[in-house]
Write a protein that binds this ligand. Structure first.
Ligand SMILES: CC(C)(COP(=O)(O)OP(=O)(O)OC[C@H]1O[C@@H](n2cnc3c(N)ncnc32)[C@H](O)[C@@H]1OP(=O)(O)O)[C@@H](O)C(=O)NCCC(=O)NCCS
Length: 212
């Protein structure tokens, strides 16, 4: 099939580096705008954010999960990261470093979302690849990844990242989901922790987790 100008645009966009980095105090405005954009689709962008929280409260909340201390019963250590392209927030990723009963059944190890204006540019695929590498470096491998059965976009992203289909299942609320496993045999990003750079550094020189 002949490629269209749209195909070429997508191919060009997908080689822009995706950087996964922690949210910080400068992200309040863009983070809340992203949260509202997801809410319009019935989705949650800032996991754990409540309208009566200050931005600093939310940052402290995700930091507690990152460190894994002082968590509510049955919650697991988890990393919540911003995905940035050319200094712009395009999405978010959460990486759970263990599975509780709910995660093992219907949540999985990694969740991700891309803002509406940045979809179909390959960002989710790159975000999941990088997140899987991070989890691997933290000793979590293979990884359970789950999406709704009718979420064709997410299923394609998982399959492009090497996800092996395990089974269909039904959630407690009656939604049919697809369960996949990803095994990271050779991570492309050799350094486990250096992605935790400041925003300024990620803009000026990239990080070891830049997409290629
Ligand atoms: C699903 C989602 C993460 C995909 O993000 P994305 O950045 O657009 O994904 P990619 O660009 O990496 O897409 C890879 C491929 O998936 C397929 N795809 C993506 N979105 C699709 C859609 N809406 N319909 C059909 N196929 C789709 C395409 O084949 C695409 O490749 P192509 O553009 O070269 O054809 C994004 O739509 C999203 O955030 N949705 C809301 C939240 C969500 O569903 N999160 C996943 C929860 S499991």
């Amino acid at each position: 099939m002949r490629s269209t100008s749209n195909d070429r645009e997508n191919a060009y966009d997908s080689i822009m580096p995706v950087v996964l980095r922690p949210f910080d105090s400068q992200d309040e405005e863009v983070g809340l705008i992203a949260h509202m954009a997801f809410a319009e689709e019935g989705l949650i962008f800032l996991l754990g954010y409540q309208s009566d929280m200050s931005w600093q409260d939310w940052l402290a909340h995700i930091e507690r999960y990152r460190v894994g201390s002082d968590l509510p019963a049955n919650r697991v250590r988890a990393e919540f990261l911003a995905a940035e392209v050319n200094g712009e927030l395009v999405g978010r990723v959460s990486i759970r470093f263990a599975l509780n009963d709910w995660l093992a059944r219907e949540g999985g190890h990694i969740g991700y979302g891309v803002l509406p204006g940045f979809r179909r540019k390959g960002h989710a695929t790159e975000m999941l690849r990088q997140a899987a590498d991070l989890a691997h470096h933290e000793g979590v491998d293979p990884l359970l990844i789950i999406c709704d059965e009718d979420n064709l976009g997410s299923a394609t992203v998982i399959e492009r990242c090497g996800g092996v289909f395990e089974s269909l299942a039904t959630t407690e609320s009656g939604t049919t989901i697809r369960r996949y496993w990803i095994q990271v045999e050779s991570p492309r990003h050799p350094s486990p922790a250096l992605y935790r750079v400041t925003r300024a550094k990620s803009r000026s020189r990239g990080t070891p987790l830049d997409g290629r």
